[in-house]
Ligand binder design. Structure first.
Ligand code: FES
Ligand SMILES: [Fe+2]
Length: 374
């Protein structure tokens, strides 16, 4: 069944923590008026979530993970398509992620060897008295695994977080939050590798962190900027109307001397795109996802996209971002960034949970525009 969460709840808190929505309890006039009615409802389960980088998955075995607090298992069927089931066997609830991907393209539960096809139908119960009884038991809907719609897109495995016939239809009516530039096969677009990490803080803390320009030279001192020289005033100017379904976008000002503009774009449920346009016309795009896995954790998947200018040149002054490097080194270095922020975000979330008790605004002091959009 669909879970409906309104902006009075988690989502509003998350967006508001980023400073995008002012809170009336502060006595301030709302900076952005949210639309009323249907627009305030965001259906978290009727969404596509990126859960894995396909090339990093081992197709010979099932993989356990979590999505929106549910245990799920990812596995590749006989046709080569990645599937997602809820991670329990309908027989006696053993985790299917402990099972085996068999040569006939089924997923075998390693407890009593029931087998499931791509759609979750049970196709074998070896303890049955005879074939007739087995067919009867396999045709009982209670023998089915719970299957979620999946698709591969731009190198990522996406999962729709509802199951059942209705979910199959609804999932087809919605497209994942892909990176449009990656659909462009021109040689002006350079897609660097996907990076993936499970992080010990919630998706909303991730989102707030990556759209916050003020922390960059301080938290990432020595990699991007200098904490003593580069901490400064920023303003964040809204560039499109805030919407519950489509998120928000803002321009950061001032920008670095070599940049023409820098725009952060949040697209629900879990995508942020940071586009830096250089004066010479090229662009650096950080395409970032943070999939909510379980409370206090998220799975980050992200990549850099470089767009050459009309003269076919990469932007000048990319620094760290433009270094040619093998994928393994990219993973190591990307972790440097994540580690630098990780301790702040983990404890920030923990402290907020202890002290905020739903009144987050009263526990923080955010006097500058870097914490708001106007
Ligand atoms: S629990 Fe899976 S086959 Fe028994
Ligand atoms: Fe950061």
């Amino acid at each position: 069944m669909a879970t409906e969460i309104t902006l009075q709840g988690d989502m509003r808190d998350a967006i508001a923590r980023s400073g995008s929505v002012s809170n009336s309890t502060a006595g301030a006039k709302p900076i952005v008026e949210l639309k009323q009615g249907e627009e305030l409802t965001f259906q978290w389960t009727k969404q596509w979530y990126p859960v894995a980088v396909v090339e990093f998955l081992d197709p010979s075995r099932p993989h356990a993970m979590q999505l929106l607090g549910k245990d799920i298992v990812l596995w590749r069927d006989g046709s080569g398509k990645w599937r997602c089931f809820e991670d329990f066997c309908p027989h006696r609830l053993a985790p299917l992620s402990e099972g085996r991907v068999e040569a006939d393209g089924t997923l075998l539960c390693a407890y009593h060897a029931w087998r499931f096809d791509s759609e979750g139908n049970c196709v074998s119960i070896p303890q049955s008295l005879d074939k007739q009884k087995e067919a009867k038991h396999c045709s009982n809907p209670k023998s089915c695994a719970v299957a979620f719609p999946t698709q591969e897109c731009q190198g990522l495995l996406w999962v729709w977080s509802e199951s059942g016939p209705q979910a199959q239809i609804e999932s087809q009516l919605r497209t994942p939050r892909i990176v449009p530039e990656l659909e462009n096969d021109s040689d002006r677009v350079v897609h660097l590798f996907w990076n993936i990490r499970d992080l010990p803080y919630g998706w909303d803390f991730f989102m707030e962190n990556v759209v916050d320009p003020a922390h960059v030279p301080v938290s990432h001192h020595g990699i991007v900027g200098n904490r003593y020289e580069d901490a400064k005033y920023y303003d964040m100017i809204q560039v499109r109307e805030m919407s519950t379904q489509e998120g928000f976008s803002f321009e950061i000002t001032p920008v670095a001397p070599n940049l023409k503009e820098s725009v952060n774009d949040f697209q629900p449920p879990c995508h942020v795109k940071i586009v830096s346009t250089f004066k010479d016309g090229g662009q650096l795009i950080l395409a970032l996802y943070a999939t909510p896995t379980r409370p206090g954790w998220c799975r980050h998947i992200g990549c850099q996209v470089l767009v050459k200018n009309e003269a076919g040149k990469l932007p000048k002054g990319l620094g760290f971002y433009g270094l040619p490097m093998p994928t393994w080194l990219g993973h190591v270095l990307a972790s440097l960034f994540l580690h630098q922020d990780s301790v702040f975000l983990h404890y920030q979330e923990k402290t907020l949970a202890q002290r905020g008790k739903g009144k987050w605004l009263e526990t923080v002091y955010t006097p500058n525009p870097q914490d708001k959009i106007r």
